[in-house]
Design a protein around this ligand. Structure first.
Ligand code: EPU
Length: 266
């Protein structure tokens, strides 16, 4: 969600990104990377700078049980491919709408596992425009060494395991069943806040009285309080609700809720 940006660039390949970064650095522009845009919030007034959208970085290859994907590939596409080749490892991510690049940056997942569990090598371009290949990068709970860093992931390798199709299917069904307690519609980010150590963010927000709380066209989900439902078109209104929740939860429980949503330029 959010307003307009000065430049919206859609590179076709890694070489394009190297050129873009050199242009950005020469001009002194601010920038950020957009994957699928599932967890990103830009102010209604817009963003002054360059957005690099990875949707055309879509090459995929398979080498035995190692899946190599460019960062713009949707997670769902990789899951479908792994099912076709009887490869297991991505089942915990079924239903996550993002691109593989975004998923790696925030180590997306569910309680059955996260993308970091299967990542082998990551290729990325840093702020200076250098292409780097790294084995076994750091991953934590909804965290990676790429989070909040000025880097563009270009390619990842995923180490999967051969498995029987039945086994893969039952894992997919198990993960999909986790969504029963989560709203699907209308537009939303998925979980808005990380679970603080030992507590559930949704429970804290519910206990603070926010279930069903409505501000203009934004509503805290009446079924899962860590989901914010967007019935309108104002990022500023969503930002207001995020802040209001954070402030009240801190006041009541002395716990600082950390946003999973990438809030840029507010
Ligand atoms: N709960 C409440 N009130 C609420 C919501 C939840 O009391 O309004 C309590 C309930 O006791 C419930 C428990 O919290 O049983 C757990 O809820 P849920 O199963 O939905 O799990 P979660 O911890 O809220 C996490 C991930 C989800 C992932 C699910 C399932 C985070 C921040 N969220 O949610 O990930 O789908 O587990 O594994 O870790 C996402 O990151 O976008 C996302 C949806």
């Amino acid at each position: 969600m959010g307003g307009k940006v000065d430049w919206f660039v859609i590179p076709e390949c890694v070489e394009d990104i190297l050129e873009i970064i050199s242009f950005i650095n020469n001009e002194g522009y601010d920038w950020f990377v957009l994957g699928n845009g599932s967890k990103i919030l830009i102010p209604d007034r817009g963003f002054s700078g360059v957005v690099i959208y990875t949707s055309r970085l879509k090459n995929i290859s398979l080498d035995e049980n190692v899946l190599i994907a460019e960062s713009g590939v949707p997670i769902g596409e990789l899951i479908n491919l792994s099912i076709r080749h009887s490869l297991s490892g991505l089942e915990p991510l079924v239903g996550i709408p993002g691109s593989i690049g975004g998923a790696v940056v925030m180590n997306a997942g569910t309680r059955y596992g996260s993308i970091g569990d299967v990542v082998g090598t990551v290729e990325f371009i840093n702020n200076e425009g250098t292409l780097i290949v790294k084995n076994g990068p750091y991953f934590g709970y909804r965290d990676s060494e790429f989070k909040n860093k000025k880097v563009i992931l270009t390619r990842v390798s995923l180490r999967l395991k051969r498995a029987y199709l039945d086994e893969i299917k039952s894992k997919l069904i198990l993960t999909a069943s986790l969504r029963k307690t989560q709203p699907k519609y209308p537009k939303q980010f998925g979980s808005v806040f990380k679970n603080p150590p030992g507590v559930n963010a949704g429970r804290l927000i519910e206990e603070a009285g926010f279930k069903g709380f409505t501000y203009r066209n934004v509503q805290v989900s009446p079924i899962h309080a860590n989901f914010i439902l967007n019935y309108g078109d104002s990022a500023d209104d969503i930002y207001y609700v995020i802040n209001t929740i954070q402030e009240k939860v801190y006041r009541l429980f002395n716990i600082k809720l950390e946003s999973e949503v990438n809030i840029i330029g507010f």
